[in-house]
Design a protein around this ligand. Structure first.
Ligand code: FCB
Length: 457
C-alpha cells in the first residue's frame, strides 16, 4: 500500500452503513395490526405533503425486506440503521402486537445471518395517532407511553441489537412538527414546540435509564441533526446572531444531554414566544443527562447567518447564501462544515461519535437502465474526506451511515426528492443500483476513498 493510500484508509473496524426509517420505506400501513400514525394522518391531509404523496406503499419494504437486505449484503455494508414503527408494536390499549414485533425479529435475524449489525432507532417520527389524540409529545404522559413501548422492545430484542438510538432528530420532531408546522402533527406554536422538545429529551433519558436497569447488552445513544453555524461577518451583531441560531439549532439539545441544563442565556429571548418554562421539572435534567454510550450526528449542511433587526421571530437571524453548489433540496454543499462541527463536538462529549445520516438528493435519471449520479458521489466523497481528516487528527468517530439505502418518502417533499444509493421506480417497485452504490461498495471494501473518485477531490 502506498503512503498515499494508507493515509486515506480509515481505522480498522470503522463501521460503514446505510440508513432508512420505517414510515419512509415500509408501506403496508394497514397490515398485521399496525395502527395509524401521525404521518398517516398528516400525509392524508390535503396540502401538507408535496403532490399529495403518502407513505401508504412507499418502497413496500414491509414485504420486500429480504430483497433489500440482500442489497445491503451485496453492498458489503457492516451495519444497517433502521427504525421500528411504534404503531406496529403497540396497540391502542397499550397491548403488545405480537405480529409487529415478529416482523422486526425476522428482519433483524436475517440481518444477523448475513453479518450485518442492526442499529435500531426507536423513534423516527411515526407517533401512534391515538397518542397524538391524547396530546402527543405535549403530554408528559407520552414519555410513559414511550418507555412502555421501549421496554417491550428491549425485552424482546436486547440480545440481538448491538445499538439502540432512542430518538431521531428531536429538533425536527419538535420544531418542524409543533413550531413551524412543516411536519406532523403540523402545529405552529413555539410554546408547544419547546414543550414537545423537552418531553422528547426526557423520553430519551428515561429510555437510557431503563436500558441500563434491564441489563442492556449493547450500546444506547441518541441522534441529533446538528448544523454548524457560521456568522456572515465578524461584526458583533452577526456573531451574536450566529450564537442565537446555534442555541436554537444545536445547544438546546446538546446542552441538556451533555451538561444537564438548558442554555439560560436564551431564556429571555424565548420568553415572549414560549412563556414560562414550567414544563421543565428539576429532576428531569438528571434523567436527560444520563450517560449515553455514543452520539449520533445527522449532517447535511452548515448555516451562515447574519443579524436581522427587522425580524421579530424567535432567533432574529437571516440565512445568507455563500454561492456554493446546491443539492436538489437547495442545501449548499460545504463538507468543511462537517469537519468544523465534529471538532466542536469533541468539546461537548468524550463519547464516540457516529455519523448516523449524511447524503444528498439530486435529480436522478435512469438512462439505459443506469443512474450516473456523479454529483452524489462527489458529495459523499467530499464529506468522507472531511471525516478522514478528522479521524487522522485523532477524532473519536466510529462509523458513518449514508442516508439512504433507497429513494423513499421524503416527508413533506413526498417522492420528489431522491436520496438513495438505490433508485426506486415507485410505479413498479423496481430497484436500480445507482453508480453511487458501486462507489460506496468500493469504499467499504477498501476502508477508504476509492480511486475512481479521487479526481473529484
Ligand atoms: C433527516 C431525516 C431523514 C431524512 C433526511 C433527508 O432530517 O432524519 O429521515 O428525511 O433528513
Amino acid at each position: 500500500m502506498s503512503t498515499n493510500e494508507s493515509t486515506r484508509a480509515f481505522p480498522k473496524g470503522f463501521l460503514w452503513g446505510v440508513a432508512t426509517a420505517s414510515y419512509q420505506i415500509e408501506g403496508a400501513v394497514n397490515e398485521a395490526g399496525r395502527v395509524p400514525s401521525i404521518w398517516d394522518t398528516f400525509s392524508h391531509t390535503p396540502g401538507k405533503v408535496f403532490n399529495g404523496d403518502t407513505g401508504d406503499i412507499a418502497c413496500d419494504n414491509y414485504h420486500r425486506y429480504s430483497e433489500d437486505i440482500q442489497q445491503i449484503s451485496d453492498l458489503g455494508a457492516h451495519s444497517y440503521r433502521l427504525s421500528l414503527s411504534w404503531p406496529r408494536i403497540m396497540t391502542e390499549t397499550g397491548q403488545v402486537n405480537q405480529a409487529g414485533l415478529d416482523h422486526y425479529k425476522r428482519l433483524i435475524d436475517e440481518l444477523l445471518e448475513r453479518g450485518i449489525d442492526p442499529a435500531v432507532t426507536l423513534y423516527h417520527w411515526d407517533l401512534p395517532q391515538w397518542i397524538e389524540d391524547d396530546g402527543g409529545w405535549l403530554n408528559r404522559d407520552t414519555v410513559g407511553y414511550y418507555t412502555q413501548y421501549v421496554e417491550t422492545v428491549f425485552r424482546h430484542l436486547n440480545d440481538t441489537v448491538p445499538k439502540f438510538i432512542t430518538q431521531n432528530e428531536p429538533w425536527c420532531a419538535s420544531m418542524l412538527g409543533y413550531g413551524l408546522g412543516h411536519h406532523a402533527p403540523g402545529l405552529r406554536d413555539w410554546r408547544k414546540a419547546y414543550r414537545a422538545a423537552h418531553h422528547l429529551l426526557l423520553s430519551h433519558g428515561e429510555a437510557v435509564k431503563l436500558y441500563r436497569a434491564m441489563g442492556g447488552k449493547g450500546q444506547i445513544g441518541i441522534t441529533l441533526n446538528l448544523t454548524h453555524v457560521y456568522p456572515g461577518s465578524s461584526s458583533e451583531a452577526d456573531v451574536a446572531a450566529a450564537r442565537r441560531q446555534d442555541i436554537f439549532l444545536n445547544r438546546w439539545f446538546l446542552d441538556p444531554l451533555t451538561k444537564g441544563s438548558y442554555p439560560s442565556e436564551y431564556f429571555e429571548r424565548l420568553r415572549p414566544f414560549v412563556g414560562p418554562l414550567d414544563f421543565i421539572r428539576d429532576e428531569d435534567m438528571e434523567s436527560i443527562s444520563t450517560e449515553f454510550d455514543f452520539l449520533g450526528v445527522n449532517f447535511y449542511n452548515p448555516a451562515h447567518v447574519v443579524d436581522d433587526p427587522e425580524d421579530n421571530s424567535l432567533t432574529g437571524v437571516k440565512q445568507v447564501s455563500t454561492g456554493r453548489e446546491r443539492t436538489a433540496m437547495g442545501w449548499e454543499i460545504e463538507p468543511e462544515g462537517l469537519y468544523d462541527l465534529l471538532k466542536r463536538l469533541q468539546d461537548c462529549t468524550d463519547k464516540p461519535l457516529y455519523i448516523t445520516e449524511n447524503g444528498a438528493a439530486f435529480e436522478d435519471v435512469v438512462v439505459d437502465g443506469r443512474v450516473a449520479d456523479t454529483e452524489r458521489i462527489a458529495y459523499l466523497h467530499g464529506h468522507i474526506a472531511a471525516l478522514q481528516r478528522f479521524v487522522a487528527e485523532g477524532g473519536n468517530l466510529k462509523g458513518y451511515y449514508v442516508w439512504s439505502l433507497l429513494d423513499n418518502f421524503e416527508w413533506a417533499f413526498g417522492y420528489s426528492k431522491r436520496f438513495g444509493l438505490i433508485y426506486v421506480d415507485f410505479e413498479t417497485q423496481q430497484r436500480i443500483r445507482k453508480d453511487s452504490f458501486t462507489w460506496f461498495g468500493q469504499l467499504v471494501a477498501g476502508n477508504g476513498l476509492p480511486a475512481m473518485a479521487r479526481s473529484i477531490e
